[in-house]
Design a protein around this ligand. Structure first.
Ligand SMILES: CC(C)(COP(=O)(O)OP(=O)(O)OC[C@H]1O[C@@H](n2cnc3c(N)ncnc32)[C@H](O)[C@@H]1OP(=O)(O)O)[C@@H](O)C(=O)NCCC(=O)NCCS
Length: 122
């Protein structure tokens, strides 16, 4: 499995991952990804895919947000959404995407990444 930044040519494959992974909710998430993507720049935000047999099988997105801290607004990132093709769940692909994304953001000195999601997810 390879992890790499999303390319413009991955757009439909990334939609397919979310459509399949989120089931009934898939269309909303796929559209959200298309909207959030417009906010990503080379310096800000990150969209990563996992490839298996040259197919995109997983995706994670990090986008910019502002934390209203006591002294100033702080640039932070939000991890959302994350999805892996259902037939490849529980093989560590989701964890690998998150870990790699956090490493890239740490290199950019991003101070904090928020995750909104199910508290049951480790
Ligand atoms: C959540 C998701 C991305 C995990 O991908 P994955 O490749 O299966 O994850 P991993 O194999 O790296 O799992 C790592 C650990 O995460 C936890 N985990 C994974 N899926 C979970 C779930 N649905 N609920 C709770 N914990 C979960 C488990 O602790 C797992 O470890 P285990 O092997 O001991 O069970 C995948 O299940 C998915 O696409 N789900 C549908 C979309 C979704 O709910 N996305 C998250 C919200 S944006």
């Amino acid at each position: 499995m390879d992890l790499r930044e999303e390319l413009p040519s991955d757009r439909q494959a990334v939609r397919d991952v979310h459509l399949q992974a989120f089931g009934d909710h898939g269309l909303v998430v796929a559209d959200l990804v298309d909207t959030l993507r417009d906010t990503i720049t080379p310096q800000d935000g990150l969209s990563l895919v996992a490839e298996h047999d040259r197919q995109v099988v997983g995706h994670v997105m990090f986008t910019r947000s502002l934390l209203d801290a006591p002294r100033r607004l702080v640039d932070v990132q939000v991890l959302s959404p994350l999805a892996v093709m259902p037939e490849l769940h529980k093989r560590g692909i989701g964890s690998a995407l998150v870990r790699h994304g956090l490493e890239v953001l740490a290199e950019r000195a991003v101070p904090l990444v928020f995750l909104e999601g199910d508290p049951g997810y480790d």
